[in-house]
Design a protein around this ligand. Structure first.
Ligand code: DLL
Length: 433
């Protein structure tokens, strides 16, 4: 039986959702106009006043907000509530440029935790569950968000944070954790470590995992599900909008329901900014319609995605987004060809490798080079050069047919590529240096 955290909201009619969005958007636009000079100036420059926005059908008139705007406004420029009413900041995990800081009122935190609670119940979580939160705690939103959601559901929460893999496994076993929350790359690493310890899936008490914060392929999902003996669910979000729980997967595991009572999603052409019809592939843009302290209007995520509002067997009515297919800023252009790291991952996993790989892009004598280093699994590890050569050629061929490019593939020994406890760094683009 499907369980919901807020059934009347999660299964509301499409008309009801539209009515909430219309009403909340109008209110939100007035709120930023009145309280954030930055937004007012942007709207004035576009010749708009709040009266021009009567509902979500007018959303397209409003200017976009980009990460560059957030950096320019750092730290307080987009704040829409007095600091005395804010109770928390969180910050993005980005390594380049100024970090983005997002502010929350207590009400904002409450709604964010509701979204995470919806995600936990969607994977079958109840107050009988033990939920181990192995996302980082601190400025990163993963730990605090899922922690709050887990409390709301009433799960016994184990706030391990990331790292200390031995202790993670000890708690999973000793405290009989049933739900694991962490990045998919860390879940894969935990699975690998448990396997090495001789644990079989039926000896691992976990039943479900809530994995997000980075891109992961369907092949990686299957790998994690098999090693840990669980169902692996995707969760999406970004600091600027709250954190995890902007959208989450349900039992259908075929896309993530966007919490549309809090966020309006659009897909745009990243080049022209034009809004694309449902089902088109483009850049995901979000407007937060209930955030008080740090509301974002038409925020460009850079995530490439598609939306789908077909009825879902789980009974939820909120629109679904597919797994992000990459970021417009992660997209590599190699010898003129657009390449997403996720495409490379798909080829590797299809040929039986794990998601332990590194992509190195360089420019030698004015020509781009693409090197892919891939770990052999312990089962395929060999020092037979002929066998290694054959496997490398097979991968080069697989990559050529997926990307239309010739890559140099090097198979490396198991465990030689560094593991990540949070978001994995898989691309090294030396051309930028
Ligand atoms: O990663 C929030 C989060 C924490 C989501 C825990 C899920 C679980 P940021 O650090 O601000 O926030 O990074 C946001 O990460 O724009 C996407 O590019 C990427 N991302 C997040 N979730 C997914 C996902 C958190 N499920 C950026 N699949 C986003 C693919 C994801 N990419």
């Amino acid at each position: 039986m499907e369980r919901y955290y807020q059934p009347e909201i999660e299964t509301a009619s499409r008309e009801q959702i539209k009515a909430w969005q219309d009403e909340r958007l109008v209110k939100q636009v007035k709120h930023v106009w009145d309280n954030v000079p930055y937004y007012r100036a942007k709207m004035e420059a576009a010749g708009l006043t709040p009266d021009d926005i009567k509902g979500r059908d007018d959303l397209h008139k409003l200017p976009f907000v980009t990460k560059a705007d957030l950096r320019e406004a750092y730290p307080y420029g987009l704040l829409a509530k007095p600091l005395s009413e804010c109770v928390r900041i969180q910050s993005t995990s980005g390594t380049t440029g100024k970090r983005v800081v997002a502010f929350y009122t207590q009400h904002d935190i409450d709604l964010w935790e509701d979204c995470c609670a919806r995600a936990i119940m969607a994977v079958g979580g109840t107050k009988e569950d033990v939920c181990q939160v192995s996302y980082g705690y601190g400025l990163f939103t993963g730990g605090p968000g899922l922690n709050g959601g887990s409390h709301k559901v009433g799960c016994l929460t184990i706030p391990t944070s990331s790292g200390n893999t031995e202790r993670q496994i000890m708690f999973i076993q000793d405290l009989q954790a049933t739900i694991l929350c962490c990045t998919p790359s860390y879940a894969a690493y935990l699975g690998e470590s448990m396997k090495e310890m001789g644990l079989t899936p039926d000896q691992i008490p976990l039943k479900a995992g809530i994995f997000g914060a980075e891109a992961w392929s369907e092949e990686m999902r299957r790998d994690i599900e098999n090693t840990l003996g669980i169902k692996a669910y995707d969760i999406y979000g970004l600091t600027e909008l709250s954190g995890p729980g902007v959208s989450f997967e349900c039992s259908a595991q075929s896309g993530m329901h966007i919490n549309e009572d809090h966020f309006i999603a659009e897909i745009i052409d990243p080049e022209t900014g034009e809004v694309l019809p449902e089902g088109s592939k483009g850049e995901l843009v979000f407007t937060s319609i209930t955030k008080e302290a740090f509301p974002l209007i038409r925020y460009r995520t850079r995530d490439i995605c598609m939306l789908n509002s077909d009825p879902c067997p789980c009974g939820r009515t909120h629109v679904k987004m597919c797994k992000p297919m990459g970021r417009s800023d992660d997209m590599l252009i190699i010898r003129g060809v657009n390449v997403f790291p996720s495409q490379i991952e798909t080829v590797l996993l299809k040929q039986g490798y794990s998601a332990n790989y590194q992509i190195i892009v360089d420019r030698v004598k004015n020509t781009d080079t693409l090197d892919v280093q891939v770990e052999m699994t312990p089962e395929m590890f060999t020092d037979n050069m002929g066998e290694i050569d054959r496997r490398q050629k097979e991968l080069v061929e697989g990559l050529r047919s997926m990307l239309g490019l010739t890559a140099k593939v090097t198979l490396v020994a198991p465990k030689s590529i560094i593991r990540s406890e949070g978001k994995a760094v898989r691309v090294i683009d030396k051309r930028k240096i």
